[in-house]
Design a protein around this ligand. Structure first.
Ligand code: CUA
Length: 167
């Protein structure tokens, strides 16, 4: 079979483009272990408190280092469980010093919930069976509303808590 010179060039160009495209796609999709956000860790949704991070005494805010904090949250319809205070009352507000690094780790015992801190880059979907986690640094003091942005039932709109970043 005889191919015209230009046909050859275009054929090579076409195949080359296709290979390049597939390589970009393949590398792009898996580079640095890219995955749906925060779906590395799994958990039994029926028994989240068997997980060290979600035991009663570890819920809410914990300081894990100088300027480093961990916030563990169990989401459920229609509440964010942030642990209890000394009086046994449910904590509704997490207070974090400005410029500290905070890792939020969140799981759910029932349906999919959202975990969004309005006005920040904290925005996660929380799915049963998974631990969603995200690290952030709060640069600006203020009071941020934690809200659920995934419709989860009749009480969806009341599902909220507060994060207070103080100077
Ligand atoms: Cu939880 Cu909407």
């Amino acid at each position: 079979m005889h191919l015209h010179k230009y046909e050859k060039i275009w054929l090579i160009f076409g195949i080359g483009s296709l290979i390049l495209f597939l390589v970009v796609l393949g590398v792009g999709a898996f580079y640095k272990g890219t995955h749906p956000p925060s779906h590395l860790a799994t958990i039994d949704p029926q028994n989240v408190q068997a997980h060290e991070s979600f035991m009663d005494e570890n819920l809410g805010l914990r300081q894990v280092g100088e300027d480093q904090y961990l916030v563990s949250v169990i989401a459920s319809a229609f509440n964010y469980n942030l642990g209890t205070d000394e009086d046994g009352k449910a904590i509704r507000t997490v207070r974090i010093p400005v410029d500290s690094t905070v890792v939020f780790q969140v799981t759910t015992t029932d349906v999919i919930h959202g975990f969004q801190l309005a006005g920040t880059n904290v925005n996660m979907m929380v799915e049963p069976g998974y631990i969603s986690s995200l690290e952030t640094t709060f640069k600006k003091p203020g009071t941020y509303t934690l809200l659920c942005n995934e419709y989860c039932g009749t009480g969806h709109h009341i599902m909220a808590a507060t994060v207070e970043v103080y100077q």
